[in-house]
Write a protein that binds this ligand. Structure first.
Ligand code: PLP
Length: 378
């Protein structure tokens, strides 16, 4: 069976974990954590990057930094992972879902403004499949209304929008290093802080509400409890694991892109025949091959295709059940405007196996199985 995902492994993970253990410094903010933070800051021209225990807790931190309180509203798309929503619901926000664009499955930037009220505190955009949302328009709307922008760039590490790294465009960016993502530390993530004025509060929130970071830098002579907060620091062992992958980030990226391009070239024929639809990468967007998906005619055809692929040794999977129709979505949110594409398009989407070192032979097996499925239906 060709798996859907194989967590990335670079080769030096054990060596670096051993170094972390040898340094007897496996708590948070050890030397590997610092290396990862500095690497993200340099590589992505990020003002500040801080590793967190997950993409979800990076979003929690972003919600706290946006000062989300009960009764505030947050605008997001419904076609995203539950973490995007729950991080804001956790602090009492009402979720206002708007429709997606069918070409990228990202939030439809033209639907955002109509959803803004005097309670709107933030717009949270998910860069689906590592392909950027229309950030120029979104930032312009947000600035005009004085609301914050949080980028859920969990899938977008190494992607860019008009030359800028995803996560560095809004007020805050959130990355995930879960094992299903392009770079992994098992469980982990990072928050990108794009305005210097938020640095101090971010460090305090991440360190249980204490000014411990200032203490380590010698800026105060003892540290104390100064604000609310939580423990968002991963162990340096996890950071050591991630470091091995960041060191070869370009190799991993290129390998994935080669797989993505192979799928995309080989499936053009089925697209031209009107059988399936393929992903769209808008101009100005450079993606990271986080995902390769195709769209079938409808839910019934997708169900049949997934079953057929499974019979033929290929694990392909569908994706999000729109949040607005999930039990918690009904409780904490509402859909603003009409659901033209969110449900319809999510019903048709199927993701193909995609991981670092997916072999050409396995890609051909996947492609040939899809072709055989549609040939039998012609
Ligand atoms: C993976 C993911 C998350 C959550 O990241 P974790 O590290 O698993 O907590 C959030 N949002 C999106 C869009 C994701 O894909």
């Amino acid at each position: 069976m060709i798996p859907f995902n194989v967590p990335p492994f670079a080769g030096k993970e054990m060596e670096y974990i051993q170094q972390a253990i040898g340094a007897h410094k496996i708590c948070g903010d050890g030397s590997f954590t610092k290396k990862c933070n500095a690497w993200m800051e340099e590589r992505f021209h990020a003002q500040k990057a801080l590793l967190t225990t997950s993409g979800t807790t990076a979003l929690d931190m972003a919600a706290l930094l946006c000062d989300i309180k009960a009764g505030d509203e947050v605008i997001l798309s419904s076609f995203t992972f539950s973490s995007t929503a729950t991080a804001f619901a956790l602090f009492g926000a009402k979720l206002v879902f708007v429709d997606i664009r069918p070409d990228t499955m990202n939030i439809d930037e033209t639907k955002i403004e109509a959803a803004i009220t005097d309670k709107t505190k933030a717009i949270v955009v998910t860069h689906y499949a590592g392909v950027a949302c229309e950030m120029d328009t979104i930032m312009e709307i947000a600035r005009r209304h004085g609301v914050k922008v949080v980028e859920d760039a969990a899938q977008g590490v190494m992607s860019t929008y008009k030359g800028r790294a995803l996560g560095t465009i809004g007020d805050f960016g959130c990355y995930s290093f879960h094992e299903t993502k392009n770079y992994s530390m098992g469980e982990g993530g990072a928050i990108i802080i794009n305005n210097e004025e938020n640095n101090e509060r971010a460090e305090i929130l991440r360190e249980k509400g204490t000014n411990r970071n200032k203490f380590f830098r010698g800026q105060v002579d003892k540290y104390t409890w100064v604000d609310i907060g939580d423990s968002y620091l991963p162990s340096d062992m996890n950071a050591a694991y991630l470091w091995a992958q960041l060191e070869i980030a370009d190799e991993i990226n290129e390998d994935r892109l080669a797989s993505w391009n192979h799928y995309n070239d080989a499936l053009q024929e089925l697209k031209a025949a009107g059988k399936i639809e393929l992903p769209t990468i808008p101009e100005g967007c450079v993606h990271n091959a986080h995902m390769y998906y195709i769209k079938c005619k409808d839910l019934k055809e997708r169900t049949d295709l997934i079953a057929y692929l499974k019979e033929n040794g290929v694990l392909a999977v569908f994706h999000y059940i729109p949040l607005h129709s999930a039990p918690a979505g009904l409780k904490f949110g509402r859909f603003e405007g009409e659901d033209v594409y969110t449900t319809k398009e999510s019903d048709r989407l199927v993701r193909l196996p995609m991981y670092y070192r997916l072999t050409e032979e396995d890609r051909n097996t996947v492609i040939n199985a899809i072709k055989a499925f549609y040939a039998a239906r012609a």
